[in-house]
Every structure is written in structure tokens, then in C-alpha cells.
Design a protein around this ligand. Sequence first.
Ligand code: ATP
Length: 375
Amino acid sequence: MTGTIAAAPPALRFEDVTHGYHAAAPVVRALSLSLARGEVVCLLGPSGCGKTTTLRLAAGLDRPWAGRVDIAGRRVEDAGPTHVPPERRRVGFLFQDFALFPHLSVLGNVLFGLKDRPRRAARARALAMLGTVGLAERAGAYPHQLSGGQQQRVALARALAPEPALLLLDEPFSGLDTRLRRAVREQTLRVLQQSGVAALMVTHDPEEAMFMADRVALMQAGRVEQIDSPMQLHHRPRSAFAVRFFSEVNECVGRVEGGRVATPLGLFDAPDLAEGAAARVLARPEALIPTLAGETGFAARVVSVRPLGHETILLLGLTRPGSDEPVMPLTARVPGRPTCAPGDLLGLAIETDECFVFPDEGPDDTAEAPPMAAP
Ligand SMILES: Nc1ncnc2c1ncn2[C@@H]1O[C@H](COP(=O)(O)OP(=O)(O)OP(=O)(O)O)[C@@H](O)[C@H]1O
């Protein structure tokens, strides 16, 4: 006996998976991704970046052009003949429209995926799952008698009842209104954690991804741009794209001199950039902290104030010291109610932890609105 314990295989592994719908135009490009058992990973990214296609490839609904897919240590797809069909992959699905059978009761819906089990065992399992999602008492109801949130919970119970190795969720909360969505995603996360199933979830909502995921896979143009924990993604974004995707940002450019880049917002360290290189500094709105005028050397005139309740958005014009001439527009986000009015002159402190320096690859030309500032 060697005493070695083999590590559990990942719940899902994509290796160099490529797929598209039209020849020579892949929408998923050499994508590699691994989900540990029990891990929740969210695929996040702009519309059309390949999130749903990635999910369909995991499900076996599409066959990739190239690459390999393993589920719970079993090869389900390769460049050769291997193609395990969806129903034999041990995956559960949860889609936006819940896809419940209207003519079946709640219990009937959950039993649907348990046809290969003896009747009594299937019934016990289905009732236990309905208990887990808090709907044991509605087992005899029909889908149309339930609220949207309850229907979503039935769909979750149905997906998890057969004990899948992997749960695939495609925008599962987008059909629900904002308040309900918050409650339902909390319940869903609790059920996922209780059941210990690995889950790959598609969303285009950054807040939802940050709330649900152990790791977020940020996708762009068919590739994973960055995969990290929500905290890492927020504090250590590896590209301008990763910063811009989560909030609007203030942007300015400059050249690296002596390892630093000088901008209207001050000097920023740029240790990883070549001397003389063009650099782009991205400052999140929360990086700009109003202070007393004259305190920090940065001053800004308030252009407009937009109270949102728990926070306030300030549109500002950065000014040169001793001058009222605006140098660049800025957006700041401050907690609480407004304490200033249009026309006021504020001092600004810059929180450098919320500022990021990257090689300048130009402004965000994928955005619908122009970037806030690029002097
Ligand atoms: N069945 C299809 N036939 C042809 N093109 C398709 C098909 N499905 C998706 N596409 C295209 O593939 C690209 C990726 O689509 P996909 O649905 O995977 O993106 P997504 O990131 O999930 O987008 P969204 O957030 O808008 O759902 C898009 O350009 C889309 O138009």
C-alpha cells in the first residue's frame, strides 16, 4: 500500500474546446476550464461572447469542432468518436423559462427525471427534494398555481433529484422581477451548497455572478479572459476589459517614465510596463473621495448630483490647481446622501487601490456609450 489517495476528478473539464455555428467563425475558442466538485462557477460576459454555447457543449447539445470534455472523470467528448448524449452525462439543467410540464403536478414534474428508479424510492427522493426547496406541502399543486419563484424552486428540485454530477444553469433568474430574484438566488445558492453539486451558471449580470460564484469566468469573444474568485476579480483585474465590465470607469492615458505614469489624476506606479510605453489608468468611481477643498491638491467642480438612496453619483469636472478650467470629466460614487450641490468646489482624494494601470490598448470601443474621459 502506498497510502496515496487519488484526488477526486473535477466535476467538469474543458480542454481546448472550440466550436462555432458557421465555418471558420468559432464563437468558443480553445476554451479550457475546470470545475471542482461542489464548486459554483459563473460564466459572465457581454452578449454573444459564447456563454450559452459553452453550456450547450457541456450538456452535449452541440458537438465541439475540437477539444475534449470530461464530466466527473469520464470522457464525454473528444475529437474522435466519443460523444455521450445529454441524457447519459449526469448533468441537470435549469433554464430561464423553468420548462415545467404544465399537465404534471409538482411531484410529477420532479418524478420525471427519476423514471429509472423503483417507484417508492423515486417518490421518497422527489419528496425529499421538494422538502429541501421548501415545497413539500405543494407536491399536489400544478405549475400554474405557483408563483414564479416557486416554479423556479420546482425546476431546481427536478434538476437535482437524479443527483447529477453537474448542474447547468442558463440565466435562471432573469425571468423574475428584481426583488424576487434576490430572494430566489439566495435560496438557490443555499440548495446548491446543501446538495454539494458542482454548478456552471450563465449570467450577464456582474452582481449576480459575484453573489453566486466561488469563481467567476469572465468571457470575451469566445475565450476566458480571467477566472478568479469574486474578490480577486475585483481587487486584481488582469485587463482593462475586466475593470470596465463591472462598472463605468474614469480613464486617462500617459507615458511610463521612471516606472510611473503621470496623469491628471496624479502619478501611478506602472512596474510591469516598459519605459516609454503608453499606459492607460482606470479609476473606478469609488476611487474618487471628496475631501475639503485644498486638502489634496486635486479639485473638482460639481456638475450634477444623482442621489440613488444608499449612494450618490457625482458628475464632476476636474480642475487644475488655481484655475477653474475643467481638465477632464469624472464620475464619483460616494456612500449615502448627497452633501454637495452643482457648482460646489470639492477637494478629491484618490484611492489608488481602486485604480488600475494597463498597457494602453485604446478606449473601450465595444461600449455603447463613449468612455467617460480620455484626455
Ligand atoms: N444556433 C445558432 N446558429 C447560429 N449562430 C448562433 C447560434 N447560437 C448562437 N449563435 C451565435 O454565436 C455567438 C455566441 O452566442 P451565445 O448564445 O453562446 O452567446 P452568449 O454569450 O450566451 O450571449 P447572450 O448573453 O446574448 O445569450 C453569437 O454571435 C450568436 O449570435
